[in-house]
Design a protein around this ligand. Structure first.
Ligand SMILES: [Zn+2]
Length: 523
């Protein structure tokens, strides 16, 4: 288990992120690439989120979703060497690799495609369980993240409907107890200072294990004191004593407080305004005011706002628009504009859209409101031109948009997470859920077990956790009620691929969440 990490004297150099940000947009890069292949369209390339048929990149074939011969390959990066930026070249390389995988997939006989799309559960369980017992020397860099390793691994195993044996479970509970600070919160390892990120990971792990010993090992009173210590006068939270203030800290603090039933007004004060100040002109949410919109922070920001019942303060239509537009030609999500596709955003971005699916009432009200504002602006103009108010046709009732969700009226703060998951969804997914499953199964899944960021990358526990979480969110994206079994058409590949549903606000397997809710609501 990550409780034991073998150390060695000289560490392997940490892989550096060689991707760079450029001023040229991703769309421009693709347009240039398309022009190079003699197939440039004047309108640029369409988004994949709206109409990608499985296996057919939306910008490459509009008429045939089944014939791979009609799909033109992307230009080779070597064709353009020296004329494109590093990021553009990387993008073309990834597109080529993904294209090769999808071409291969569509080349196999239809009856064997299901086999190709299979989730290799046994291999994943083997990879994950091995990591829980013993990690190699390269993992020493994660010495301050050991509760995270517990969460990534145990959550992944639980998503696949399995559990660890009682000896391993006891070991994990004991290990996390050693990470718990006597004044509240969990550190990255025994004796380390408490930190909100590892506190979130430890609490989610213990809830996922779900036994009496596990749940009762969390000292909630001390936890509340620790969370209050991390609260800043701005309304936001800092990651640890003297640490950075950001949206991630806000989410981990509120998620922990909500799931443990200790969320109170003091923790919530001014928090919504801080998150709101992090929503950018793009529509997504940044880590802190003035930064760039990012998928991980957008999830953290939106989930926090829902948990404190202030989601209506955000500009939800533009937020949804930004996230939906991050699903690219590879069928997976990117984390930011101009960045490459990455499997972990299957959850960070896919999770945002799973949340937004239950906020459509507010989205519609905001759209109506902006429409009315437009009408009012137009009416002002008309008035100045001597038109009467009646002639503008305004309906004042429609102007009352932007209130908190009506279903939450009269509820306690800690109940918002519980009632949210019970909401009926009236629409299908706000992204191409089958395309995303295709990317996860064909491009992120490693046949020896585990998942990776993208083809060419190594598997790891973090990406295994968030690819599987994203896969679950996709599979249930057509379900109208919480955790109801999806139709076979909603699950790509054999139906045995179906995972357990998650509570998208906490990313905890749903039946484990319900058990913990029952436990903590009676304390
Ligand atoms: Zn990633």
């Amino acid at each position: 288990m990550p409780l034991r990490i073998a150390h060695r004297r000289s560490a392997a150099p940490k892989t550096k992120d060689r991707r760079i940000r450029t001023t040229t947009t991703r769309r421009e890069a693709r347009r240039e690439a398309a022009a190079a292949a003699g197939r440039c369209s004047s309108s640029g390339l369409p988004r994949s989120g709206s109409s990608t048929p499985m296996g057919s990149s939306p910008n490459r074939s509009s008429s045939s979703s089944s014939s791979s011969s009609s799909v033109s390959p992307p230009p080779s990066p070597s064709d353009r060497q020296g004329r494109l930026t590093t990021t553009q070249l990387e993008q073309l390389r990834v597109e080529q690799e993904v294209y090769g995988i999808y071409r291969l997939f569509h080349g196999v006989a239809p009856h064997t495609r299901s086999f190709t799309l299979e989730l290799w559960r046994d291999k994943h369980i083997e990879f994950l369980t091995r990591g829980l017992k013993q990690l190699g020397p390269n993992y020493h860099v994660l010495d301050a993240n050991r509760p995270w390793l517990c969460y990534w691994i145990i959550h992944s195993i639980t998503l696949m409907g399995e559990s660890v044996n009682s000896e391993l479970e006891d070991n994990v509970v004991q290990f996390l107890s050693h990470c718990e600070d006597k004044n509240g919160g969990y550190g990255g390892g025994p004796g380390q200072m408490p930190h909100l990120a590892t506190t979130y990971a430890a609490v989610n792990t213990l809830i996922t294990l779900g036994g009496e010993m596990s749940l009762s090992s969390i000292h909630r009173e001390n936890m509340l004191k620790f969370l209050l210590q991390m609260k800043d006068s701005s309304g936001a939270f800092r990651m640890h004593n003297g640490g950075e203030i950001d949206v991630r800290a806000c989410y981990t603090a509120i998620s922990v407080a909500s799931i443990l039933n200790v969320l109170d007004d003091e923790l919530v004060t001014d928090l919504g305004n801080y998150i709101l100040s992090c929503q950018t002109y793009e529509g997504g949410i940044a880590g802190e005011p003035g930064s760039e919109a990012h998928g991980g922070y957008t999830f953290c920001g939106l989930a926090t706002m829902i948990l404190i019942n202030e989601a209506d303060k955000l500009d939800l239509p533009s937020l949804v628009d930004w996230v939906a537009s991050r699903q690219g030609v590879e069928c997976g999500f990117q984390g930011r504009v101009n960045k490459l596709v990455d499997g972990c955003y299957s959850f960070w971005q896919g999770g945002v859209l799973a949340l937004a699916q239950r906020l459509l009432l507010i989205v519609h009200k905001q759209l109506e409101s902006s429409f009315i504002s437009g009408v009012q602006a137009s009416a002002e103009c008309k008035k100045s031109c001597n038109f009467t108010a009646e002639e503008t046709g305004q309906d004042e009732n429609l102007c009352r948009a932007g209130t908190s969700h009506p279903e939450n009226e009269g509820e306690e703060l800690s109940d918002f997470g519980f009632s949210f998951i019970g909401r009926h969804t009236e629409c299908g997914p706000l992204f191409h859920s089958i395309a995303l499953q295709q990317y996860i199964l064909l491009c992120s899944q490693v046949l020896e077990g585990g998942f990776r960021d993208k083809p060419g990358k190594q598997r790891d526990f973090y990406h295994s956790c968030y690819c599987l979480s994203g896969l679950s969110v996709s599979q249930y994206s057509w379900s109208k009620d919480d955790g109801g079994p999806p139709l076979t058409s909603a699950v790509l590949g054999p139906y045995t691929n179906l995972l357990e549903p998650v509570h998208p606000l906490y990313n905890v397997v749903l039946h484990k969440y319900y058990k913990s809710h029952e436990f903590f609501s009676t304390l």
